[in-house]
Write a protein that binds this ligand. Structure first.
Ligand code: GLC
Length: 802
């Protein structure tokens, strides 16, 4: 069953019935002020940090589901009937409903008894506030006497305290009203405030929740709406709301527009000035046009035209869009990650930067700098940080012998290398950055060098990386206190990272960047060892150690527990084979061709399913403390044999590295969310973005998606599809186009903006191959590599496959 469709022309997903299996959400804002908006208007807002600057409340696990939100009530003064354009919270069966989720905005439209109500939510010009633009249309030939109530429930800024110390929070929070502006702030704070405002003539307002809703009522039947007016309450304690009642009588076929603004002000005396240009409906609409232009520009750096419509839709719009959201919020704030406690993940954000690198590399650089500041002088990193305060933390996996995750710091190398390839900004490598233990600054390059050294210096009995608290798989908690558990995955990631450093250093060396006055070069050579040979030796040593200890005959083992026993081996009854040590054996160039092919065959045979590749098989049936968190999940769930989608693009990339374009595309296609649109009742989550996990083949609810939006799946699918299947990727001094596509494709076209120049690319596949290039021409001339051109110029690239 479907709940909506993709409107390709307007780049929107249109939800056509409100009772979706889970709230289908969108994000507004671009990483500063913003929030979540569901298809029925549910959701919440925050400024810069959902834990420390929460603006409005949301009740997780609430019944009725998905409340509260940004609500518009429309009331007929003659009949007393009231309803919402987005169906919630009144739940009145309206004559028509739609929700249009677009890039950075959501439009809810409802019709009831000849009135169309439409509300558009978005953040204009990256301001500290959001606009609710409301349009009412009377489509009957008779006048209708109407009222509009706009409503949002404020939260105490510290969202944890809001739950923990209700006594304090309810005593200190104060609501105030001044000529169209409601402010809400703790009694002792003199500058900041959350606010709700309108430029309309206010007929009444409330700032106190208990007054607006009334006792033993809910958002479904607030006393204020029922009685046809607010009470002008000034909240001196208890809970706060921003609520306005506006008279909106409409003549026959008349329309009326109005604007409400919800936001957070650093200086409350400046609110009126800050919002004045946005209060008129025309200005609000102009701001929406600017927002749409921003997004067109954001997605416009890459545009593909392949024989697969769904791939086009995702590469061109939805996958790119989701990547910006994961880049903004990491795994911090969604309807599943509550914006409390967790912060921005170091490994997560480093990977998220890969998904936006082709379009906003300078923003990616800013984020990478924040991540490098989370590194300790010994090379490891915090596990997470909070964007508002800059504080770091170590996450919540159990600490036994070590308090670090074995992989966090290594992802930084992949992110920096991708940034340099996209921009050619080699100077960045020389920039000094402070460590989080704040003793010294060292260059970016030295930070990366130290990251490798940390893993190299923390190896176990098999000479491979120690597992620490966990690796990429947060739930593999193998360290029981002996401190000898090892991660084959981290060792393979180390190989990938060290190869990237080697590639970078070789480029620097061969292109005259390693002069004596280059700080990074001096720092890297400080032990008198030439960096390239150091990295090459490190790689060989780790590769040999993995092959000696971890090859299992048909695939690679996944880890060794704290007693030295393997996980992911044919010797194991459960957890015989894991996905990550197969894909990363190829990504880290650990496997030779024969082993690589065996790994791929084994994944296909034991782990693949129609909804995606599961993380491991067979799932652990019972809790087992020697393995940790993974065994807290039932069979076929999340890391315990679920389809943890983040791992699937690594398999796609691996297949392309072996030249298997058909298989890579099959893996890509089988998890495309758009392909689950007709099956949404089973899938449950949004068909326009990747979710984190789908229940796996051993689970009775096989195929149900869970934890939508914030997942490394977004960035890695962007990388897998555009850089490896379509094969368009940046390099230090050229653009690479090396497709590995399905053999039944006759080719494809793409536009890629690289360092400011536009490349119109056409790939021709006359002989139906997966990969291999016969000839490349640029502007009619045959070339061996596609050069970097002056910004602003346009070029034609034709790639003829073998
Ligand atoms: C979650 C975490 C991520 C981790 C993954 C696998 O998505 O945010 O950091 O790698 O789970 O455990």
């Amino acid at each position: 069953m479907r709940y909506g469709y993709f409107d390709k022309k307007n780049k929107e997903y249109v939800v056509t019935r409100p009772d979706t299996p889970t709230p289908w959400i969108n994000y507004i804002g671009s990483g500063n002020y913003g929030g979540i908006v569901s298809n029925t208007g549910g959701g919440y807002s925050f400024h810069k940090d959902p834990q420390n600057r929460r603006v409005t409340r949301y009740r997780y696990n609430s019944i009725p589901m998905d409340r509260p939100g940004r609500y518009i009530y429309i009331r007929n003064k003659d009949t007393g009937e009231y309803w919402n354009p987005g169906y919630q919270p009144v739940l009145k069966k309206i004559d028509s409903y739609s929700c249009r989720h677009g890039m950075g905005y959501t439009v809810l439209t409802g019709e009831y008894q000849g009135v169309i109500g439409e509300v558009t939510y978005f953040v204009p010009d990256d301001k500290n506030f959001e606009i609710w633009h409301v349009k009412l249309s009377n489509i009957r030939g008779v006048a209708q006497k109407l009222q509009v109530f706009a409503y949002s429930e404020f939260c105490f800024w510290d969202a944890i305290m809001d739950q923990q110390n209700v006594d304090w929070v309810q005593q200190i929070n104060q609501g105030r009203y001044d000529d169209g502006i409601i402010t809400y702030h703790p009694h002792h704070i003199t500058d900041n405030a959350a606010f709700f405002a309108t430029g309309e003539k206010v007929s009444s307002f409330d700032t106190n929740l208990e007054t607006f809703i009334g006792k033993y009522r809910s958002e479904s039947n607030p006393i204020a709406v029922e009685q046809g007016g607010c009470s002008n309450s000034i909240s001196r304690r208890m809970n706060g709301v921003g609520a306005f009642c506006i008279d909106a009588d409409l003549g026959p076929n008349e329309e009326r527009e109005m604007v409400f603004i919800l936001g957070f002000a650093e200086e409350r005396k400046e609110i009126r000035q800050d919002i004045k240009d946005y209060l008129s409906p025309n200005n609000a609409k102009a701001a929406l046009v600017r927002l749409k232009e921003y997004w067109e520009n954001y997605i416009g750096k890459l545009c593909v035209d392949t024989p697969d419509e769904e791939m086009n839709l995702f590469v061109n719009v939805w996958n790119q869009y989701q990547c910006k959201t994961t880049f903004n919020w990491s795994r911090f704030v969604s309807l599943y990650q509550l914006g409390l406690g967790r912060g921005m993940g170091i490994r997560d954000s480093a990977q998220d930067s890969l998904g936006v690198m082709h379009t906003i590399p300078s923003e990616a650089k800013e984020l990478i700098i924040k991540l490098l500041k989370c590194q300790f002088t010994d090379g490891r990193a915090y596990h997470l940080f909070f964007p508002l305060t800059g504080e770091g933390g170590q996450g919540d996996a159990p600490v036994k012998k070590y308090d670090w995750y074995s992989d966090d710091h290594l992802w930084l190398i992949l992110a920096v290398n991708a940034y340099v390839k996209e921009t050619g900004d080699f100077k960045f490598l020389n920039e000094p950055i402070l460590y989080n233990d704040k003793t010294t600054s060292e260059t970016v390059m030295k930070h990366l060098d130290r990251a490798l050294e940390f893993t190299y210096n923390n190896r176990g009995p098999n000479n491979i990386a120690l597992a620490g608290r966990a690796d990429w798989n947060d739930t593999l908690n193998l360290d029981l206190g002996n401190g000898v558990a090892e991660s084959v995955f981290t060792s393979m990631l180390f190989c990938r990272a060290v190869l990237e450093m080697l590639e970078l250093c070789e480029y620097l060396k061969n292109n005259g960047f390693c002069s004596e006055d280059s700080a990074m070069y001096k720092e890297m050579s400080c032990e008198g060892v030439e960096p390239c040979s150091k990295f090459s030796d490190m790689y060989q040593e780790m590769r040999n150690a993995i092959n000696e200890s971890s090859w299992d005959g048909e695939w690679y083992k996944r880890a060794f527990d704290d007693y030295g026993n393997p996980l992911g081996s044919k010797e194991n009854e459960y957890g015989k084979i894991f996905i990550n040590s197969q894909s990363w054996a190829i990504l880290g160039k650990v496997a030779d061709v024969e082993k690589a092919e065996k790994c791929m065959e084994s994944v296909d045979k034991y782990l693949n399913s129609k909804f995606g590749i599961v993380t491991m098989y067979p799932s652990y049936p019972e809790y087992d403390e020697t393995k940790g968190g993974i065994t807290t999940f039932p069979v076929g769930t999340k890391e315990n044999g679920g389809i943890f989608l983040h791992t699937n693009p690594w398999m796609m990339i691996s297949e392309t590295l072996l030249g298997n374009g058909d298989k890579a595309f099959e893996y890509y296609s089988q998890i495309l969310p758009g392909k689950r649109n007709d099956d949404a009742e089973l899938y449950e989550v949004e068909p326009y973005v990747y979710c984190q996990n789908i229940l796996g083949k051993e689970n009775p609810q096989f195929g149900v998606g869970r934890n939508s939006w914030l997942s490394g799946t977004a960035a890695w699918n962007m990388v897998a599809s555009s850089q490896h299947i379509l094969g368009i990727r940046a390099n230090y001094d050229c653009l690479i186009v090396e497709p590995c596509i399905p053999s039944n494709w006759e080719g494809f076209k793409a536009k890629r903006v690289f360092r400011g120049a536009t490349y119109n690319i056409e790939v021709q596949n006359p002989n139906g191959v997966n990969s291999g290039i016969a000839k490349i021409t640029v502007d009619g001339e045959e070339v061996t590599k596609i050069p970097v051109f002056e910004a602003g110029t346009t070029h034609t690239v034709i790639v003829l496959m073998k």
